[in-house]
Design a binder for this molecule. Structure first.
Ligand code: NCD
Length: 363
């Protein structure tokens, strides 16, 4: 049984294959029209979405399959107190594959413990968003012709922006990539992303607070929204919400072949006056999301075998019980699950929560 919880669940070769399939679907959609006939995709969205949910549903429909699901927690039994584990077990009896979005980090991992069909993480809190990353990689490949050797600027909320975390993990596997991390000090990339995927891999990077200072260096500028719903204090959000606004004037300082990406929705971080610039790739990017999700559904259904898959090997290895302090972690709401931490850095004795990657306060 294959699930997709983290972009690194896929090898570089598998991502290449998915990109090739997506390109083939774009060229010859008629070949795929009946590929998933009689199959059902369930979209379990406990958190708002436009692109991710609708592109998943459109993807399944264009493969000849059917879709069912809910688009808010209040219309599901979660509002009556049903656990994620139970919801997944039940829905696996109604559908062949499940795409799940949840505000709690690690919720899709819990779903894999009871589901007999593949689970796709469609965004878990501020943690990961692997199918957005597949979309982003397809976009970069189509627009720049390659994934290697690019200087990629990530700008905005790099702390809570789950798309940024998954994209950094994915791009860190391509040679010659360098990162420019542009954020206010309070919203820098968390250490669970920065260490394994940037520092430990010796990848060239710099951190900046000003977009103007670095925009001229970039091949790709990935803008993000300040993630209001993840802040514990509204005042903190209000203080940071207008940190970056990309305007036509700033675009004048950028390379002629820059591409501007954004997972969307945008609030005000890209002025609408930028939309007419041919370098603005974000609407094309949103469309590519449907094709890469078609490719992913095909792959996971082909590899589904009906076995309930407990924990990933990396998770069962060397874990200890410890209470997670992250209020956004699934362990804060799900009943009867063990709070497990795995050793991620032997030298410094650092353990991280297996669900949300929060560091344990063990001395
Ligand atoms: C992103 C998400 O949900 O993380 N949106 C998306 O899936 N395209 C980005 C965001 O909400 O800011």
């Amino acid at each position: 049984m294959r699930h997709l919880l983290d972009i690194l669940d896929l090898t570089v070769e598998e991502i290449e294959e998915l990109i090739a399939t997506a390109n083939d679907i774009i060229e010859s959609p008629e070949k795929y029209r009946d590929a998933c006939r009689y199959k059902k995709l369930a979209t379990l969205f406990f958190e708002p979405s436009t692109r991710t949910r609708l592109s998943f549903e459109a993807a399944m429909m264009e493969l000849g399959g059917n879709v069912l699901g809910f688009s808010e927690a209040s219309s599901s039994s979660a509002s009556k107190g049903e656990s994620v584990a139970d919801t997944a077990a039940i829905v696996a009896g109604y559908a062949d594959i499940i795409a799940m979005r949840h505000p709690k980090e690690g919720a899709p991992l819990i779903a894999t413990t009871t589901s007999s069909v593949p689970i796709i993480n469609a965004g878990d809190g501020g943690h990961h968003h692997p199918t957005q990353t597949l979309t982003d990689l397809l976009t970069i490949k189509r627009e720049k012709g390659k994934l290697e050797g690019l200087t990629v600027g990530l700008c905005g909320d790099l702390k809570f922006g789950r798309t940024v975390h998954s994209l950094i993990a994915a791009l860190s596997r391509y040679t010659g990539v360098s990162f420019v991390l542009i954020s206010p000090d309070e919203l820098r990339v968390p250490s669970y992303v920065k260490f394994p995927y940037i520092i430990d891999k010796g990848i060239t990077y710099r951190e900046a607070t000003s977009l103007d200072d670095v925009i001229a260096e970039l091949d790709v500028l990935y803008m993000t929204r300040i993630q209001r719903e993840r802040f514990l204090l509204e005042d903190e959000y209000l203080r940071l919400k207008d940190s970056y606004i990309l305007t036509p004037e700033k675009m004048e300082m950028a390379k002629k072949d820059l591409i501007v990406m954004h997972p969307l929705p945008r609030v005000n971080e890209i002025s609408t006056a930028v939309d007419a610039d041919p370098r603005a790739a974000y609407f094309r990017q949103a469309k590519y999301g449907k094709y890469i999700r078609m490719a992913l559904i095909l792959k996971l259904l082909a590899e589904a075998d009906g076995e309930v898959y407990r924990f990933r090997d990396s998770i069962t290895a060397k874990t200890i019980e410890h209470t997670c302090t992250n209020p956004r972690c699934i362990t804060s709401t799900e009943q009867d699950i063990k709070h497990l931490f795995r050793l991620t850095d032997k030298e410094n004795n650092i353990y991280r929560c297996v669900y949300c990657d929060t560091r344990a306060d063990i001395k």
